[in-house]
Design a protein around this ligand. Structure first.
Ligand code: B12
Ligand code: SF4
Length: 470
């Protein structure tokens, strides 16, 4: 006898949803550098929220695949594709969307992320994409993924008022390294070391938005402001990760601007050394003008909280260029910061401690920059001791004031097939990249070095002045 199956009692199977982590092919197999392996906090946060609300997603990473054929295989059989698209991952997202619809013609594609906010026209032009969420997603993601049909194609996201409302990211929802050789050093779900501090590395965010308005960045024009994560929550999470997945070796604080909001920093200064399982060394970012504004606080953080890789967006060693990019920092602010950290480092070395180093962000090829400006910048780099220079050619990112302007003028060389984002890619029409390549190759070293003794002598004078006043 046949058992009768009543259609109304057959439970529909839940939709198969895939969150695709984006990045260059192979970056989780055989990466070209350590930063390519870092995990995506947007994906981590939103998948944590989804799973805590019973909306389950599978996940794999384009970074874990070696070929587009492999991506195609793995995209097959899903009802929904979800992606966090930043401008620098737009080319990968664009290609994945096309393949997804080829292998799942009835599937639905839902995207959010920075690129949806800053370059909506590029996103809407990809007809394969069904739903595009602009802005933050934490308070909309569950409803959107559960019932996408209830939303229009373009959706305004809803975020939390404060990072205090964010759940702790479930780091086991992040992609794993996809080769045993890489896995050995990865410390998953902690992250691999990159030369800034010992493994396992914890990347974290304590704040979301930098309030300044540098024209190549100005993220506060497109990321809504939100309260900083309370100090105790940050420390509790670190201690938890150390217990569960540790030992933790060092931290990378991904905040665009860690050294802001002195009352938060004072609380960090007071509590981190006392309440953390260990005073883990960390990488975090500041600005030269605020270091000059709050030098005691800066020095105390370096000495007492083990802030031992100090990322400063110096960008340029020339006041002319600093004004062009509205950095609101001067050459003098830059040199003040360089000298201060140098002095603290010398003192720590005398005490047998490891001195702090600069991760020094420098941009070349900014429209309007002259050769002399570039020489001044390279002279500043050479003057700085204990420095890890991070030099790149200026890139006109959408969302930033200067980026938007250059894109509108047709001068950007970035395209949806290739958002040039490697430091030495050519990114803007009319820039003499040959000169910059030669500059970096040392062709103009004599010119740069010629000004160095004079600069050092000048700075020494300023330094003795400062001592006399102290
Ligand atoms: C951490 C970080 C990195 C890490 C990224 C690691 C990784 N795998 O993600 C590293 C250090 C590698 C990195 C590198 C670069 N970065 Co970066 N980075 C950041 C930073 C500081 C934080 C990103 C983050 O985690 N934010 C927190 C999470 C929660 O936010 P989110 O991902 O945007 O997700 C939220 C929303 O977008 C939305 N959302 C996201 N996905 C989805 C999906 C759906 C369906 C929905 C509904 C919503 C939604 O909801 C989330 C919660 O609100 C941001 C600045 C910032 N304040 O955000 C810059 C930023 C993203 N980076 C930027 C840039 C330019 C770069 C570089 C190109 C810099 C350079 N010149 O080298 C490189 C490129 C690297 C590469 N490999 O190509 C720009 C991007 C600009 C743009 N237009 O996209 C930013 C905004 C900084 C800036 N102000 O210029 N970066
Ligand atoms: S470049 Fe740095 S200081 Fe300027 S707006 Fe961006 S994060 Fe802030």
């Amino acid at each position: 006898m046949f058992k009768k199956l009543w259609p109304q009692t057959a439970k529909p199977s839940p939709p198969r949803r895939l969150w695709l982590d984006l990045g260059d092919l192979g970056d989780l197999v055989n990466p070209s550098g350590p930063h390519e392996q870092w995990q995506d906090h947007g994906l981590g946060l939103l998948r944590t929220i989804l799973h805590q609300n019973g909306v389950m997603t599978d996940m794999f990473s384009t970074r874990a695949c070696r070929t587009w054929g492999e991506v195609r295989q793995r995209l097959r059989g899903y009802d929904m594709l979800i992606m966090n698209v930043r401008s620098y991952t737009f080319p990968v997202a664009y290609r994945a969307a096309k393949i997804f619809k080829e292998v799942n013609p009835n599937g639905l594609i839902v995207v959010g992320g920075m690129h949806a906010t800053v370059a909506l026209d590029e996103m809407t032009a990809v007809e394969e994409i069904d739903k595009i969420c602009q802005g933050p997603g934490e308070n909309i993601i569950v409803d959107l993924i559960r019932d996408p049909a209830a939303f229009p194609r373009i959706i305004l996201g809803v975020g939390a008022k404060s990072m205090a409302d964010w759940p702790m990211i479930d780091r086991a929802l992040w992609p794993k390294p996809a080769a045993w050789k890489l896995a050995r050093k990865f410390n998953w779900p902690l992250e691999p070391e990159c030369g800034w501090g010992p493994p396992g590395v914890v990347t974290l965010l304590t704040s979301r938005v930098c309030p300044w308005q540098c024209v190549f960045c100005n993220e506060n024009s497109y990321i809504p402001n939100m309260g900083r994560r309370p100090v105790e929550m940050v420390i509790d999470e670190l201690n938890y990760l150390d217990r569960k997945y540790g030992p933790v070796g060092s931290l990378v604080i991904h905040d665009s601007m860690f050294f802001q909001n002195p009352s938060w920093l004072e609380e960090w200064l007071e509590k981190y050394p006392r309440q953390a399982n260990k005073v883990w060394p960390y990488w975090a970012a500041g600005r030269a003008d605020t270091v000059r504004q709050w030098p005691q606080l800066f020095e105390a953080l370096i000495r007492e909280t083990n802030w031992n890789t100090v990322s400063i967006g110096f960008e340029s060693g020339s006041d002319r260029v600093l004004r062009i990019i509205n950095k609101e920092c001067s050459e003098e602010d830059n040199y003040f910061t360089i000298d201060l950290l140098g002095r603290i480092g010398d003192d720590m070395e005398r005490q047998g401690k490891k001195p702090p180093v600069f991760w020094s962000n420098i941009m070349l090829g900014i429209p309007g920059e002259t050769r002399d400006d570039a020489f001044k910048t390279m002279r500043m780099v050479k003057y700085t001791r204990r420095i890890m220079p991070s030099i790149s050619f200026y890139a006109p990112y959408p969302g930033s004031a200067l980026g938007n302007q250059l894109i509108a003028e047709g001068k950007s060389l970035m395209s949806k097939e290739n958002y040039h984002r490697f430091p030495d890619d050519e990114k803007v029409k009319g820039i003499d990249y040959k000169f910059y390549r030669e500059l970096l190759a040392g062709k103009y070293d004599a010119e740069i070095n010629r000004g160095l003794p004079e600069l050092a002598a000048q700075r020494r004078a300023v330094y003795s002045d400062a001592l006399a006043k102290a």
